[in-house]
Design a protein around this ligand. Structure first.
Ligand code: CAA
Length: 285
């Protein structure tokens, strides 16, 4: 499959990053948001990231301009009709995702591939509402998308070999490394990462060490780029809580059970960096 034009549904943290890397890799990109305010926020985030890249000497001014010129924003899904591949990156809400896939299936050309960036919803939920289940796959990017090298390509029961191989090739064309995973909760990374993050919260609850010392332990003792509690603030405590609940529902193993403190923080609106408070404070957010 010759992919030239890529559609991205949702221009939040993940969707804007995906749109950006596709444009930087030479693809024509159409990003869709639900309204013009969210669209302006999303495309503004792309501009800001590229500008920061220019200031760090990682991106030239010309590359920035070229990438931005390849991105078209819209609030209508109909504008994705000509795309060869559409990547869905809306919020982790099954009903919303099913609705998006049903609509995309209706408007996109028959040969187009439909991918989901979901980290927690099974791909079968989305492929099941389309008439092209062999052309539906998972394409799970990591945050921050422009910097993280990995993408999990997820094969659902119905995904064809041709779709998997097109997906793997596409990820490589973005300069990223794909790994192939089955359509099971958490795929590879969250299956291993989430229990580790939950254990860090349990360690804090038990008074094993302070927030700072738990983080220092894993940064300096294991060479991780961020400590687990910093990473939780970065990914979103609410997002991790949501994924943990999905893993627990599926496997019924206590290692996936969200700790008491985590639930209380989510209910209190302490979701991490995005709300200005998590395990650390982020004044000004
Ligand atoms: N444009 C281009 N390059 C940029 C850039 C920009 N705007 N901003 C930074 N960079 C480059 C930097 O120049 C640097 O490159 P070099 O290594 O070649 O010098 C590199 O990107 C790292 O940038 P920084 O030095 O500014 O930042 P850092 O070293 O503090 O790293 C980080 C930041 C990449 C976020 C790092 O802390 C990290 O890897 N953290 C862990 C993130 C993680 O685990 N993410 C996964 C979350 S889980 C998830 O997403 C799954 C899910 O489903 C929930």
């Amino acid at each position: 499959m010759n992919i030239q034009q890529v559609g991205v549904v949702g221009c939040g943290l993940m969707g804007s990053g995906i749109g950006q890397v596709c444009a930087q890799s030479g693809y024509q990109v159409v990003v869709r948001e639900a309204n013009s305010e969210l669209l302006a926020k999303g495309t503004g985030r792309i501009e800001k990231f590229l500008q920061a890249g220019v200031e760090k000497g990682k991106v030239t001014e010309a590359q920035k301009r070229e990438a931005l010129s390849r991105i078209r924003g819209t609030t209508s899904l109909d504008d994705l009709a000509a795309c060869d591949l559409v990547i869905e990156a809306v919020t982790e809400n099954v009903e919303l995702k099913r609705e998006v896939f049903a609509t995309l299936d209706r408007i996109c050309k028959p040969e187009a591939l439909l991918a989901s960036n979901t980290s927690s919803v099974c791909i079968a939920e989305m492929s099941g509402v389309t008439k092209r289940p062999s052309q539906v796959l998972g394409m799970h990017f990591f945050n921050p998308v422009p910097l993280m090298k990995l993408v999990e390509v997820v094969r659902a029961l119905t995904t064809s070999d041709a779709t998997v191989s097109a997906g793997m090739g596409f990820v490589r064309s973005l300069g990223k490394t794909p790994i192939l995973a089955k359509d099971t909760p958490g795929f590879v990374v969250n299956l291993l990462l989430v229990p580790y993050l939950l254990d860090a919260v349990r360690a804090l609850e038990r008074g094993v060490a302070s927030v700072e010392d738990i983080d220092q332990g894993m940064v300096l003792g294991c060479g991780y780029p961020m400590g687990p509690l910093t990473l939780l603030d970065f990914v979103g405590i609410d997002t991790t809580y949501y994924i943990a609940n999905i893993l627990f529902d599926e496997f019924k193993e206590t290692r996936y059970a969200a700790p008491t403190l985590m639930k209380r923080m989510v209910l209190a609106g302490h979701h991490g960096r995005k709300t200005g408070k998590g395990f650390y404070d982020y004044p000004g957010k």
